[in-house]
Design a protein around this ligand. Sequence first.
Ligand code: ABU
Length: 371
Amino acid sequence: MNASAITSPAEEQRETDGTSPVNSYTEWELLEEVIVGVVDGARFPAWHVALEPVLPEGQVTTFQRQAGHPFPAECIELARQELEEFVHILEAEGVTVRRPTPQDQSQVFGAPGWSSTGLYCAMPRDVLLVVGNDIIECPLAWRSRYFEAAAYKPLMKEYFRQGARWSAAPKPQLTDEQFDPEWEANAKPGTIPLVVTEFEPTFDAADFTRCGRDIIAQKSNVTNEFGIEWLRRHLGDEFHIHLLEFNDTHPMHIDATLVPLAPGKLLVNPERVLEKPAIFKGWDMLPAPTPIIPDSHPLYMTSKWINMNILMLDEQRVIVERQDEPMIDAMKKWGFKPIPCNFRNFNSFGGSFHCATLDVRRRGTLQSYLV
Ligand code: ABU
């Protein structure tokens, strides 16, 4: 079957009129098409020093012991069911949902000097960054995620054929020089200790959040200054990348720290964002309610602040975790329309609605929203 035989009339129209199926500049414009991750086949990654600074307390020994083994089957099944509920909700709200092609995460792969097994294809937000009509493969710092973009290649080929730009950052070698095993001892006074070095550019897309011409970035245990500079030059003068630092001693991904909800509305983690960043002058800063996830609930790769990891369908509709009543109430109070979805079992795998998605197309054009 050739590619044109499986395109819908709307897609064929885009193919002929030159518009792109990939178009997204913000986190809040009307969502038309989204990729939702797949949790099937998820495995504890091969152990590597880069995991240690970002795992919750108590998980390091679990990850070391379980390296290369599947996550518990019942956890995967419960998370899979929640993803299906999420997909149904998105479709009922008029969003086209696409899914990656799961890979065999038990396969051993590598590069000179190292080998690993895989993790999952549950979090497209980390792997791919959409800026306008450009879909960018990110240079991930975790060895276990070296080939994670493979799960999205069929979609990227399709989008490219229909007019999207398709870019890839330089593939890092991920040799030992990329990581500092003594990251805490070696941190300069007054700086946040980070395990990733400046050897080659690395970044996860989830360390960036998009507000039109302005893109907010943080350095983290997977994103270095070299990676941020690569992206800055790649995007060119139309965009401004603002590097912010937060009160977070174990940073990895900005989307449980600082979440723009709509023009003028900024959701923040009150433990990590102690004062409003100057570039958000004139915006309302809304402190996220304290998470209510019980201590007994397994969270393998995230803090409880994953409750902030919501997905905007437009400037009003927002997907929030069904059991998170404080967040549902807060969203209503702030004038949004929360749509509840069960997702607590998916949270165990390190993300929520924002992590589990990649907004491929939102209606809208390039605008400025910040001072
Ligand atoms: N992408 C998940 C981030 C979780 C956290 O910062 O706690």
